[in-house]
Design a protein around this ligand. Structure first.
Ligand SMILES: *[C@@H]1O[C@H](CO)[C@@H](O)[C@H](O)[C@H]1NC(C)=O
Ligand SMILES: *[C@@H]1O[C@H](CO)[C@@H](O)[C@H](O)[C@H]1NC(C)=O
Ligand SMILES: *[C@@H]1O[C@H](CO)[C@@H](O)[C@H](O)[C@H]1NC(C)=O
Ligand SMILES: *[C@@H]1O[C@H](CO)[C@@H](O)[C@H](O)[C@H]1NC(C)=O
Length: 262
């Protein structure tokens, strides 16, 4: 991997190029909201279930939605719409090794989300998951016009921040672009051309204050070659796993500090 920051715009396949990780941070109070029904059952299951270990299994009842019928699926992510002819790739379900994830039941999830705010933060993989979840949920909404981007903005790969409101259920599902979770800056003009940009490993974007007041926060990031700054020094040639760890430590201490778990 080259050291200079080959900055590709619109990281469509970040997860293929980079070490990649997803973290789901569920505010614990949510777990107590649904005592007695199947969601609390699922939570109990999920708390002992390592969802990072498992495999893909075929499921002929898939896909769960049709991207061509969902106004929130951006064109770049709609393979069939872009001319892909085989459909088999749509029929895979992720199966954790030691447990069963309950089937996606759109009515239950829509009710569960009522009056809540769900926030995705990350790169293009986050954006595609955000779009997918919206499309999944729309299959349970009859009046499609009751679901809209709050400012009427179109969903494209360029969005930095977008919020989709489900008006009958009074919840929003939001996306914030933060490709590295930590701050990414362009270099001043006089620096050598090959040092175009860098990551500031000990800082998040100020916009992180907008993530705090949400009910569910979902993070994702991928990392790749770049120059890195810690404190005031510019580090050249740090290994990617070391850098990734520093960035995730910054992110984790932000979670500890900023998120009110109550
Ligand atoms: C809860 O799960 C059980 C077993 O999977 C099922 O029989 C029951 O109908 C579910 N209850 C609700 C309210 O969905
Ligand atoms: C998805 O929807 C489009 C437009 O309504 C339709 O032409 C296409 O056949 C559908 N695809 C699948 C796999 O159902
Ligand atoms: C809608 O949800 C918000 C929380 O996201 C809540 O403050 C507000 O009271 C809700 N509105 C209604 C009409 O329930
Ligand atoms: C919508 O527009 C308002 C006013 O310009 C702005 O404050 C807000 O951040 C925008 N929200 C989104 C999701 O773009």
């Amino acid at each position: 991997m080259p050291l200079s920051c080959a900055f590709v715009r619109g990281f469509l396949f970040t997860f293929l190029l980079a070490i990649s990780a997803s973290y789901i941070f569920v505010v614990p109070s949510l777990k107590h909201t649904f005592n007695g029904d199947n969601i609390s059952q699922s939570n109990k299951l999920m708390s002992v279930c390592d969802v990072s270990e498992g495999s893909w299994v075929r499921d002929n009842s898939y896909p769960l939605y049709n991207a061509s019928e969902c106004p929130f699926a951006e064109q770049g992510f709609n393979c069939l719409g872009n001319g892909r002819t085989d459909k088999e790739y749509l029929k895979w379900r992720c199966k954790p090794k030691n447990c069963a994830v309950p089937r996606f039941d759109v009515r239950t999830i829509l009710e569960w989300l009522r009056n809540r705010r769900l926030v995705f933060v990350g790169d293009s993989m986050s954006r595609s998951q955000w779009e997918s979840l919206i499309c999944l949920l729309m299959t349970g909404v009859e009046d499609k016009k009751s679901v809209y981007e709050v400012n009427g903005s179109k969903i494209t790969k360029r969005i930095r921040f977008s919020s989709v409101h489900f008006s009958y259920f009074n919840f929003t599902i939001e996306f914030f672009r933060s490709v590295f979770l930590v701050r990414h800056d362009w270099m001043p003009r006089h620096t050598p051309r090959r040092v175009r940009s860098m990551l500031i490993l000990d800082k998040l974007y100020d916009i992180s204050s907008h993530w705090v007041d949400s009910d569910v926060l979902i993070f994702n990031t991928g990392q790749w070659g770049c120059y890195f700054q810690v404190g005031s020094s510019l580090k050249l040639g740090m290994s990617i796993p070391d850098v990734f760890k520093v960035a995730l430590d910054t992110w984790a201490s932000w979670v500890e500090r900023a998120i009110d778990r109550k």
